[in-house]
Write a protein that binds this ligand. Structure first.
Ligand code: ADP
Length: 361
């Protein structure tokens, strides 16, 4: 019941209940008057009779007022007190005190609004903690990934200074390694820069209609040519009759495909390398599958491969190189398109990276 209704009813009660009480008192008094005192009380009986009447009426007024005021104020003050405690706790940063109410009145509604605000604040706080954790991990990873090649460059330069590279051949090898390492660092910094711009949403996207069939056909043609020398094969598998037109930023989408395919080529220790690109046209979206027959990813690693700086143990211990940023960049680009990305894989058999984009109908 709403507070307004409760107040109206209690006010009516404060008038009606005493009237009824007075009526009952009058009936009792009339009974006493006519049955006990034969309609004519005298002296002491008369003053007792009047006193009883006065005391009974005052008691009725006090009890009715007291009870109704207690009931109404309790139903208002208790939730207000609870809300005030919760507000104080929130001010002190404690977000566990629940003020959920199942009452249907204005205060119940206020408590529930307050409760959803508390839950939102709690979620925001948890997100903030996670963000802070991520930031710290990111700084640690960046420092590590930049420090390692720098240490190696310093080592080689020291070697040259100390005369260890004492033949022209050795000197060339040292310089080549320094150059390659510096190049890798350059690549890492470029990726970091791109990742941070995507993370801060500072990278402009230019969306246009892109037909994914010719888009991937060009890609696959180039891939077939590049893989021929290693006896590898690549193919585009799609039903040409269907529509594969999506709204996308062509350049960013290229980056997505290049990163995924580079991984397929990097993590493929097979004599016969195979990459297949499948396009599936669904009623409202186009699903792309890029499938390889590489080393695969274990089930435990799959949920993390799109996280920044995540590299599986196998790739960390291999000589392939990589920053662990490739797939996190891919994910951010796909999400900026309003799409989703996921992976399926089996160790030793291969990996499929899927992403879906909204279809232009
Ligand atoms: P990296 O720079 O290490 O390649 P990515 O973000 O591109 O980083 O990929 C994250 C990790 O996911 C890689 O280190 C690798 O372990 C794994 N991975 C990604 N793609 C494949 C693939 N096609 N086959 C096997 N492992 C893969």
């Amino acid at each position: 019941m709403s507070i307004k209704k409760r107040l109206i009813i209690s006010n009516i009660g404060m008038i009606v209940i005493p009237i009824l009480g007075f009526l009952i008192v009058e009936i009792i008094l009339a009974y006493l008057l006519f049955v006990v005192f034969n309609g004519n009380p005298q002296g002491k009986d008369l003053s007792l009779f009047i006193q009883f009447r006065f005391i009974a009426m005052v008691l009725i007024l006090i009890i009715t007022n007291g009870l109704l005021t207690y009931y109404v104020s309790k139903s208002i003050l208790v939730p207000i007190k609870k809300l005030s405690i919760a507000a104080k706790k929130i001010r002190e940063g404690e977000l566990e005190y629940s003020v959920k109410s199942n009452k249907k009145d204005e205060l119940g509604e206020l408590s529930n609004t307050f409760e959803s605000m508390r839950i939102k604040l709690k979620e925001a706080k948890a997100e903030q903690i996670l963000y802070e954790q991520n930031r710290q991990e990111l700084i640690a990873s960046i420092s590590h990934d930049l420090k390692t090649p720098l240490t190696s460059i310093k080592g080689y330069v020291n070697g040259i200074q100390d005369g260890v590279a004492n033949t022209p051949d050795k000197l060339k090898r040292y310089l080549d390694t320094i150059y390659k390492t510096a190049n890798d660092m350059d690549g890492l910094i470029d990726e970091l820069f791109l990742y941070s711009k995507l993370d801060l949403k500072r990278l402009p996207f230019h969306f246009e209609k892109v037909d994914l069939y010719p888009f991937f056909a060009d890609f696959v043609d180039e891939l077939v040519f590049n893989m021929e020398s290693e006896h590898g094969t690549a193919a585009l598998i799609a039903n040409k009759e269907e529509s594969f037109i999506v709204e996308a930023d062509r350049e960013k989408l290229k980056r997505v495909v290049v990163n995924i395919i580079q991984n397929s080529l990097k993590y493929m220790k097979k004599d016969h390398k195979e990459i297949q690109v499948y396009l599936f046209s669904k009623p409202n979206e186009v699903v792309v599958e890029i499938k390889d027959n590489g080393i695969g990813i274990s089930k435990e690693d799959i949920p993390f491969i799109f996280n920044s700086f995540y590299r599986t143990d196998t790739s960390r211990n291999s000589s392939t190189g990589g920053s662990g940023l490739g797939l996190s960049i891919v994910k951010k680009i796909i999400e900026e398109h309003g799409g989703t990305i996921w992976a399926e894989s089996e160790l030793g058999k291969g990996t499929s990276i899927y992403f879906k984009l909204k279809k232009v109908i």
